[in-house]
Design a protein around this ligand. Sequence first.
Ligand code: UT7
Length: 330
Amino acid sequence: MKKHLPIRIVGTGAYVPDKIITNQHFVDYLDTSEEWILSRTGIHERHRAGPDEYTSTLGARAAQIAVEDAGLTFADIDLIICATATPDCLFPSTAAFIQKHLGVTDIPAFDLGAACAGFLYATTVAAGLLESGMHDNILVIGAETLSRFADPEDRTTAILFGDGAGAAVLSRSVRPEQGVLYWEWGTDGSRAEHIWFPAGGSRLYASETTVAERLHYLTMRGREVFKFAVSKMQVLIDRALSECGLDADDLKLMIPHQSNLRIIESARRRLELPAEKVAINIDRFGNTSSASIIMSLDENLRSGRLQEGDHVLMVAIGAGLTWSSMVVRL
Ligand code: UT7
């Protein structure tokens, strides 16, 4: 939708666990190879949460960095939204546990489930709440520990995912040219079983059978999702740019969700964007689902690659299947 939402990103943060898992880790016990993983996904390594780390602890670390970066304290934050597909537990929300770690009370906090499109979904919700005047400083977090949910014995998924978190503090902008210029979000529920955790919810609740059949692990129809992602990403990018009256040259950076380097490359080639205008972190972090875009945004703001006034296009496709695109002027 083309509607100017005057928000600004006042601070960002990211956090990944120390432990690094290289491709060799999987080559050592699975029927796979460094060559297959690298050429089919673009992943060199990914980070993995330690025994005392989980989604809310990663999210809380990223949140602390973002609030500090904004020059604010948690007393200034009036809403926390945590986008995650890998919550600490079914309930309460991971956002509530993040509050607990941060020593924050009383303000509303909730999770948003849109998988890999989660950060953009949460930013869209936050932008609407800021524009309406309901809130002033919203902390949006994307945090995941997918390593806990990918079957270590399944070579088709074990290699793909990494753990990490990113966070952004969003506020209203007083500069009319700044903010969200365009967003689009959607879901195709007919493809809900393309990527999912079959067991552990109310439909196939936990039992010895579900555990024995490894149904608590992520299941993905990779090839079908791949084809959907390639074509949908192109449609989303084309529409976002044309609705904003921008062309590829006007973009400082495209930040796509990092699910597969080949999906990103196909979008880049179609746009004829030079490689330096496309953000990549899948090589170092794997697929971090809702954290991938905000981790990249944080990295590029900190390095100075992104500056105030730049146009950034963010685009994601995830389980649901969900999708979202957003053009922001920083
Ligand atoms: O983030 C949310 C959205 N997720 C995505 O967008 C993921 C989209 N999908 C993908 O990224 C890719 O489909 C994968 C990386 C998951 C798989 O790559 P692919 O090129 O689509 O491979 P494939 O599933 O078509 O499998 C090709 C072959 C198969 O063997 P056969 O049947 O041809 O003998 C697989 O069993 O590759 C085999 N294979 C592997 N071989 C070595 C699958 N995983 C591996 C592996 N090592 N780790």
